[in-house]
Design a protein around this ligand. Structure first.
Ligand code: ZN
Length: 71
């Protein structure tokens, strides 16, 4: 069963940053390795003030996948 979590978006395999499908490179870590499916998302608005963002190593505000699904 294949189902995209959020159509038109993809997640970086390195840092799990979620970006539009047409992005060439991850704006967070510069990786070009992406996954089309994932489970769960976390929105990071202010990484400096978020304990969870610090724990997960999320340095840039944005939306991150919690777990990537291998295709
Ligand atoms: Zn990345």
């Amino acid at each position: 069963m294949k189902k995209k979590t959020l159509s038109g978006y993809k997640a970086c395999r390195q840092c799990k940053y979620i970006m539009p499908q047409d992005a060439k490179q991850c704006p967070n870590c510069g990786s070009e390795d992406f996954a089309g499916q994932w489970r769960g998302m976390i929105a990071v608005i202010d990484p400096e003030k978020s304990c969870l963002a610090k724990r997960l190593g999320l340095g840039k505000p944005g939306i991150y996948a919690l777990e990537l699904v291998e295709e």
